[in-house]
Design a protein around this ligand. Structure first.
Ligand SMILES: Nc1ncnc2c1ncn2[C@@H]1O[C@H](COP(=O)(O)OP(=O)(O)OP(=O)(O)O)[C@@H](O)[C@H]1O
Length: 293
């Protein structure tokens, strides 16, 4: 079953257009949402939350549109933003009163447990919390009503590395419940290498790929070698080639072809998500990039 389905979504915002033909996010998995600055990750999340409305196309969450069942959708989503959205004058305790009224599934013990674990005092005013503590508070509120879908929009930028590791562990623990689904937008792709099941990659408002992470990282490789080895045909098998000191470096789906032709004259390495984004960008720009290092 899919928790999120998007069909033929088009949405223009100034010069920017979000244009997603199809995206199905399955229940019970962590999907990592990646893309450069300004590629449309937050815009996509805002559309999922109905904070922005598309020009055309359809979004269904839990198999319903916002028009059909806004309340059900919102009461089953937990959202963590990259910045604080809570009023400065409140404290975690007064904030809870609002959430208790809103969510029938709110669990005060769980909230107290998270605040304790994250070392956030119940009665400390939000304005006196550090940036990281505000995000931690948001994480606690997002999880304490036990949402079926947890959406995190770049939450980790202000978090210290120790807490980031804790957060990844918490997210993995949540996934023990097969009904739980997580959409996690982040620039810290090593986090996704650790915990994501699927990767959704957005470039300039378009979904470039949506695939199982393990399959993705198995399919693509980084290949390096002497640029004299290349001809027009082999060039076609490279994605986003970079040249430096008469050597090439590129992403390829056809590492086997190069291995068979050139043996140890080429160096073939596994790819990281960061490298995948980088070489996809070179391909998109359509330039033979001269490396500057
Ligand atoms: N209110 C707005 N009006 C006009 N354009 C907007 C508005 N909000 C965002 N945009 C534009 O939409 C595009 C996508 O922005 P978005 O915030 O979705 O990107 P992002 O992938 O989340 O980026 P980042 O990684 O930097 O957070 C950008 O070009 C941005 O300038």
């Amino acid at each position: 079953m899919n928790v999120i389905t998007i069909n033929q979504l088009k949405s223009k915002q100034g010069d920017f257009e979000l244009n997603i033909d199809e995206l199905n996010i399955p229940k019970g998995y962590i999907t990592g949402l990646i893309g450069e600055n300004g590629s449309g990750k937050t815009s996509l999340i805002y559309h999922l939350l109905n904070l922005r409305v598309q020009d055309t196309g359809e979004i269904k969450i839990f198999d319903r549109t916002f028009i059909e069942d806004r309340e059900y959708i919102l009461s089953n989503i937990g959202i963590v933003y990259s910045e604080n959205h809570f009023p400065d004058f409140m404290n975690p305790k007064s904030l809870e009163k609002i959430f208790i009224d809103y969510y029938v599934t709110w669990d005060s013990n769980l909230y107290a447990h998270y605040l304790d674990k994250f070392e956030i005092p119940m009665t400390k005013k939000i304005k006196t919390l550090s940036q990281g503590m505000k995000i931690k508070l948001n994480i606690a509120t997002a999880m304490s009503h036990k949402p079926k879908l947890l959406i995190l929009d770049e939450p980790t930028s202000n978090l210290d590395p120790t807490f980031r590791i804790e957060l990844l562990n918490i997210l993995q623990d949540l996934m023990l419940d097969e009904d739980q689904t997580i959409l996690f937008s982040t620039h810290i792709t090593s986090d996704l290498e650790q915990i994501a099941d699927y990767i959704a990659f957005i470039e300039e408002g378009r979904l470039m790929l949506y695939e199982e992470k393990d399959h993705l990282l198995e399919q693509y490789h980084i290949i390096e070698g002497d640029d004299l080895l290349l001809d027009d045909e082999l060039d076609q098998l490279l994605i986003g080639t970079e040249f430096n000191d008469k050597r090439f470096k590129a992403m390829t789906k056809d590492a086997d072809v190069f291995r068979e032709l050139f043996g140890d004259k080429v160096i073939i390495n596994p790819i990281t998500i960061d490298q995948m984004m980088y070489f996809s960008k070179l391909k998109r720009l359509g330039v033979k990039h001269e490396a500057t290092y």
